[in-house]
Design a protein around this ligand. Sequence first.
Ligand code: BG6
Ligand code: MG
Length: 220
Amino acid sequence: MQQLQLAIFDLDGVICDTAKYHYLAWKRLAQELGFDFTEKDNERLKGVSRMRSLEILLEVGGLEKTEEEKAKLAEKKNTWYVEYILQMDSSELLPGVLDFLEELKENEVKLALGSASKNARTILQRLGITPLFDAIVDGNLVTKAKPDPEVFTLGAELLGIPPENAVVFEDAQAGIEAALAAGMKVIGVGDPKVLKHAQHVITGFASFRFADLLEILKQE
Ligand code: BG6
Ligand code: MG
């Protein structure tokens, strides 16, 4: 990479662990519909849009619903999910992530959010980190879900930065594919066995600093 100008962060699973709240809300919906939804099933929902998540859930339960019924079920799940996230505060920032974001800012790297969630702004607010972001692209702004690159290309476009000068941090396979399709560098956050296509995988930000990022990008 010639010059690192922009770092784009996925939200769920990278900045905070909202997957557990998605899981609680989906599980409650599944129980109401008469079947069980396991943590393993929940893995399939990471990085996936709300509607697609519902379709996967219904598939697990072997149920078919009309479009109208699906809209109502998705809304119900979201009402429960929002109840959970409204209880969040800065203690739910994943270890080291705040220091890392601040270090990027100090080094004049712009920050963007690239999340599929329509609740992303609420979560950033609860975590107290909204002002750190130069651009926020969420599920309300994009028409195509990851692995489509739109959620990342839009962030770079809004800030007038070429994709090759951007790096994406992602915990979901669909998000890694989206970043690669956008022509950006991508760092997986999580398990290297799962995030096979990422150029580099880290376990989190607890011991990851700006200098480590520069080192990785130098090798690309
Ligand atoms: C993604 C999550 O960030 O957002 C998915 O990884 C979730 O699990 C998706 O389904 C949509 O979230 P929301 O808040 O719009 O229902
Ligand atoms: Mg994620």
